[in-house]
Write a protein that binds this ligand. Structure first.
Ligand SMILES: [Zn+2]
Length: 163
């Protein structure tokens, strides 16, 4: 991603109310983010752990999405796969994130959902910049994993923004 300011991020959100935007918490460590290695920027709300925010390229634009993790985590055993980065993780490390769709669809309570790494750090996992605990069956080279992540991310964002 290209570096952006918090003000620019806030202006990019398409699926939340003005009051939600006013309460938008800044992403932690904003001044020191490794932008070139981020396919998207995601962060949790420290005051509301079920809320998360995702900012991602969308065509020539950038789109921000407010997400909820209604399911919570840590209750099930076994492993799960992130639908964006395809990392195999414990079930407590993958959440079903739901985003209200943009515009009138969202106001009619239409949502889109997908399974994403709880820490929203997919970009780091596909590049091997953060270690995964579970063994991965994957042997794809990094560029192919990055390409798959950006493709799946674009598809998720497109589902949320299209009316
Ligand atoms: Zn992931």
């Amino acid at each position: 991603m290209d570096p952006m300011t918090f003000e620019a991020m806030r202006a990019a959100f398409v699926n939340c109310s003005r009051s939600q935007l006013k309460a938008l918490p800044p992403p932690p460590g904003l001044a020191d983010l490794d932008w070139p290695n981020l396919d998207y920027l995601g962060w949790r709300d420290p005051k509301a752990p079920r809320r998360a925010y995702l900012v991602a390229p969308h065509g020539a634009d950038v789109v921000g999405l407010a997400l909820r993790a209604p399911q919570g985590s840590g209750r099930r055993k076994g492993s799960a796969m992130c639908a964006l980065c395809a990392s195999v993780r414990t079930t407590s490390e993958v959440d079903l994130f739901v985003a209200p769709r943009a515009g009138s669809a969202g106001r009619a309570h239409n949502t889109v959902g997908t399974y994403i790494c709880t820490d929203l750090a997919c970009s780091l996992y596909v590049r091997g910049l953060r270690e995964l605990d579970l063994p991965q069956g994957e042997r794809l080279p990094v560029p192919a994993r990055v390409a798959r992540l950006t493709e799946r991310l674009a598809a998720f964002v497109a589902r949320a923004v299209q009316n």
